[in-house]
Every structure is written in structure tokens, then in C-alpha cells.
Design a protein around this ligand. Structure first.
Ligand code: S3P
Length: 189
């Protein structure tokens, strides 16, 4: 039986293209923690992709499923979690995530986000960007959401012109200084 409770979860928030999943996987691997992504939880539970859910249930249906996924991931400590870009718009989601984790905002210039998403070429995976001017849509979402992101997060990292490995290193350095976030073993690693 483990004598020490796992540390709090590390929760990555930010706009689409910020690198939450890529960086989250790297951080999880470095710490030996499980990695979870709310979009993947939604897709697993629904047996359908995010794009399919937007098409069949609308954004409202997807957001309700996302809130359930947030409750699910927030139930456990000791994870690294990437949260879909719109989840912080519901304050209940932020409250849930904060109950077992510390939130960090990955930021980048909207045009850098657009370039990353274009390079990743994930087709129609992101319905809010489908058939849209991606850079313009990201600029609008950034204007709508930036205050909510900043209010939710305890710390932010500018990821513009930084590699996922560099950002993961920044996250780990931040995590070392947050009381209760890393276990003794993780701090020593
Ligand atoms: C969304 C972000 C996506 C996904 C959905 C809506 C948003 O997740 O949840 O397409 O509203 O910003 P990522 O931020 O992981 O791309």
C-alpha cells in the first residue's frame, strides 16, 4: 500500500493548438503519471468523435458530455490532464478541476496556433475551425476566452516559438515550486 497520497493533478488549459496533449504526454512520461485528455474521454464514452458529436448533438450536447468527462478526470489526483479548449467557459468545470489539480495555461500567438494546427493536418477533427478562417477564428476565441483562461490558471507559459519538449520542461520546473503538486519521489526525479 502506498504510504504517501499522490500529488495533485497537473491540468493543462488553453486554446486549440496550444500543445496541451503533446506537452501533457511528455510531462506524464517524465513523471510516470497517467495522462488523460477530456476530448478522448468524451469520445471513448460516446463511441463517437468530437466532430460527430458536434454534428449530431450540437455544441451544447458536446459541452454536456465534456462536463461529465471533466468530473470524471477531476475525481482522481496524480494525473496529467489536457482539457479541451472550451471547457473553462463553464465555471463548474474549473471548480471541479481545481478540486484535485493545479491549472496551467499554455498560451501562444493565435497565428502561431493556426500554423501549428495546419502543420498537424488533423482534417476535420476540430469542428469550430471547420470551413473557417482558422487564424481569424482563433483570434476571436482568444478574445472571448483569454480572461477566463487567465482567471482559471495559477500560472501561464508562452509557448510561441518553443518546442513541446521545452514547454514540458517549463511545466516541470513550475510544478516543482507548487506546494503539494509533486510527490517527494517526483521532486527528486
Ligand atoms: C474546442 C477544443 C477542442 C475540442 C472541441 C472544442 C474548443 O479541444 O474540445 O473541438 O471549444 O476550443 P482541443 O483544445 O484539445 O483541440
Amino acid at each position: 500500500m502506498a504510504l504517501l497520497a499522490p500529488g495533485r493533478s497537473i491540468v493543462l488549459i488553453g486554446l486549440m493548438g496550444a500543445g496541451k496533449s503533446t506537452v501533457g504526454r511528455l510531462v506524464a512520461a517524465r513523471l510516470g503519471r497517467p495522462f488523460r485528455d477530456t476530448d478522448a474521454v468524451v469520445e471513448h464514452v460516446a463511441g463517437a468523435t468530437v466532430a460527430e458529436l458536434f454534428a449530431t448533438e450540437g455544441e451544447r450536447g458536446f459541452r454536456d458530455r465534456e462536463a461529465a468527462a471533466v468530473r470524471d478526470v477531476a475525481a482522481l489526483r496524480g494525473q496529467v490532464v489536457a482539457v479541451g479548449g472550451g471547457a473553462v467557459l463553464r465555471s463548474a468545470n474549473v471548480t471541479q478541476l481545481r478540486s484535485t489539480g493545479d491549472l496551467i495555461l499554455l498560451e501562444a500567438d493565435p497565428s502561431a496556433l493556426a500554423a501549428r494546427l495546419a502543420a498537424a493536418d488533423e482534417g476535420d477533427a476540430r469542428p469550430l475551425l471547420h470551413d473557417a478562417d482558422v487564424a481569424a477564428t482563433l483570434r476571436r476565441l482568444w478574445a472571448e476566452r483569454d480572461a477566463a483562461y487567465r482567471a482559471a490558471a495559477g500560472h501561464l507559459i508562452d509557448t510561441t516559438e518553443r518546442t513541446p519538449e521545452e514547454v514540458a520542461q517549463d511545466v516541470l520546473e513550475w510544478a516543482r515550486d507548487v506546494p503539494g503538486l509533486l510527490s517527494l519521489e517526483e521532486r527528486a526525479s
